[in-house]
Design a protein around this ligand. Structure first.
Ligand code: DMJ
Length: 551
């Protein structure tokens, strides 16, 4: 409706009795009134709307944006000493995380909808060979983050895409591990959070497609699987045709839930058999080598790591116990025994007082810690109060020391973002020395540890460190078309890798959001996060007892 038609009759230009001047004044005055009324209404709406809707409104959104990113120096100059701390009045840190999610999502939607990931510089879709011709990794990985952040319109659009486009009937060779943690995990969480049947159905359908991977003489699954033919194989680079510990050891949580949701015991049987095979083997110094041959059931090369190739195996032992409502005693024992061996053989303190987790190669230590290894601070904190011999205090200290070391790996770079790996030899501490270890690809592990440490200690430094990461992400990773990794965190200006990883939306932004949220947001008594940060509910003891009773 044109504004003129809203004006009272006295102000219309056709009224002859009014002098031209008085007429112009009256019209201006009324226009001004209408306009200011409109503005007042908008602001009113912003304050009366629920928090999440406020965030998504352009007005609120932009001012936060300027505070965080400092991309408009003329209005709010960003400087390291700037006091935009999470606790500062007027700054809602978790709102900023929603803004970041909105920006990542909108750009993915605009330039790469349906592709696995976004290339934010070239503004097009991207896919790695981990997913074969499977599509939509970012959509499935982001579903629960959208839901948790109350971005319901976006969640609906993602749900529609899953309903109409997510298809597993294709001649595609995929990574069993990656598809399990991102797709099966993402669908399961979306189901448990929203109750939408489509997610349960798709998760079970995809789980069934993964079952042929277990057709090996030992039942230790292949790393790669053709979804159509059901033929599997291992990565050609893996020691003597071995399967990888962090891959076959990171199926447990999702497969237990697939059995729960489908009533089919075979999912659970497959992952319980992995434990049986491992239990039969000798472990050098109580450690688990990263390579295991699925044909012979023997270890490959003796390389042990709590980072890449090993990491989430340990995480899933602990979480299997927690997710079973602490009934899985075997998972518990395996975790605490493994942690004891890790402490004895891999954990060291540098001369500068930084605790780190080294890697072990045939009995020799490599004094290097990966960004991936930094998740261990969170894991150790999560398991600290369940272990034998009342080691809670000791394990919390260890977790805090690892968090501090990982923070140092960020603090000692120009960009205040951590390198892929950092070393404690050759006169350096917590610094990457090799060019090919200086990159940052939007990984979550350090923020994940801050989130766990915050929940367990409420020490404000963890939120402070998380906020530093937010500022660094805004300053160096945010580009016009989304967020990108950087090739060298020690450089002064970013050289972008042009990939917005799906785990940035699934994990990094979710953990940041949870770091700045209250503890009753996905409380740990009820939820366990899979290794891609997809929350899965604890399977309550009484439900299991009822189910057993009904058999
Ligand atoms: C994620 O896909 C998962 O966290 C996995 O366990 C290891 N690495 C990436 C993110 O860095």
């Amino acid at each position: 409706m044109p504004v003129a038609s809203l004006l009272p009759f006295t102000a219309t230009p056709n009224r002859k009795s009014a002098s031209p001047t008085s007429f112009r004044l009256t019209e201006k005055f009324i226009l001004l009134l209408v306009f200011s009324g409109f503005i007042t209404l908008c602001f009113g709406a912003i304050f009366f709307l629920p928090d999440s809707s406020k965030l998504l409104s352009g007005v609120f959104f932009r001012s936060l944006w300027v505070q965080v990113s400092g991309n408009e120096p003329q209005t709010a100059p960003w400087a390291p000493q700037h006091k935009w701390l999470p606790t500062a009045p007027g700054v809602c840190s978790r709102c900023v995380c929603v803004c970041m999610m909105q920006f990542s999502w909108d750009n993915y939607k605009r330039y790469a909808w349906g592709s696995n990931e976004l290339r934010p510089i070239s503004k097009q879709g991207h896919s790695s060979n981990l997913f074969g011709s499977l599509k939509g990794a970012t959509i499935v990985d982001a579903l629960d983050t959208l839901y948790i952040m109350e971005m319901y319109d976006e969640f609906e659009a993602a749900t529609e895409w899953v309903e109409s486009n997510l298809d597993f009937n294709m001649n595609a060779e995929i990574s069993v591990f990656e598809v399990n943690i991102r797709f099966v995990g993402g669908l399961l969480s979306a189901y448990y959070l929203s109750g939408k049947e489509v997610f349960r159905r798709k998760a079970v359908e995809l789980g069934e497609k993964l079952l042929p991977a277990f057709k090996t003489p030992t039942g230790i699954p292949w790393a790669l699987l053709n979804l159509k033919s059901g033929i599997g194989r291992n990565w050609p680079w893996a020691s003597g045709g071995s399967s990888i510990l962090a891959e076959y050891g990171t199926l447990h949580l999702e497969f237990m839930h697939l059995s729960e949701l489908s009533g089919r015991p075979d999912f659970a049987e497959k992952v319980m058999n992995i434990r049986k095979v491992l239990n039969r083997l000798d472990k050098p110094q109580g450690l688990y080598p990263n390579y295991l041959n699925p044909n012979s059931g023997q270890w490959g090369q003796h390389h042990v790591s709590v980072g890449g190739l090993g990491d989430s195996f340990y995480e899933y032992l602990l979480k299997a116990w927690l997710m079973s409502d602490k009934t899985d005693e075997e998972g518990k024992k395996l975790y605490y025994d493994a942690l004891q061996a890790i402490e004895k053989n891999l954990i060291r303190k540098s001369s500068g007082g930084l605790t780190y987790i080294a890697e072990w190669k045939g009995g020799l230590l490599e004094h290097k810690m990966g960004h991936l290894t930094c998740f261990a601070g969170g894991m150790i904190a999560l398991g600290a109060d369940g272990g034998p011999d009342d080691k809670t205090g000791h394990q919390m200290e260890l977790a805090a020391e690892i968090a501090r070391t990982c923070h140092e790996s960020y603090a000692r770079t120009s960009m205040k973002l951590g390198p892929e790996a950092f070393r404690f030899d050759g006169g350096v501490e917590a610094i990457a020395t090799r060019q090919n270890e200086k990159y940052f690809i939007l990984r979550p592990e350090v923020i994940e540890t801050y989130m766990y440490m915050w929940r367990f200690t409420h020490d404000p430094k963890y939120r402070q460190w998380g906020w530093e990461a937010v500022q660094a992400l805004e300053k160096y990773c945010r580009v016009e078309g989304g967020y990108s990794g950087v090739r060298d965190v020690y450089a002064n200006t970013p050289n972008h890798d042009d990939v917005q990883q799906s785990f940035y939306l699934a994990e990094t932004l979710k953990y940041l959001y949870l770091l700045f949220s209250d503890d009753d947001h996905l409380p740990f008594e009820h939820w366990v996060f899979n290794t891609e940060a997809h929350p899965l509910p604890v399977i309550k003891k009484q439900n299991v007892e009822i189910a057993n009773h009904l058999k």
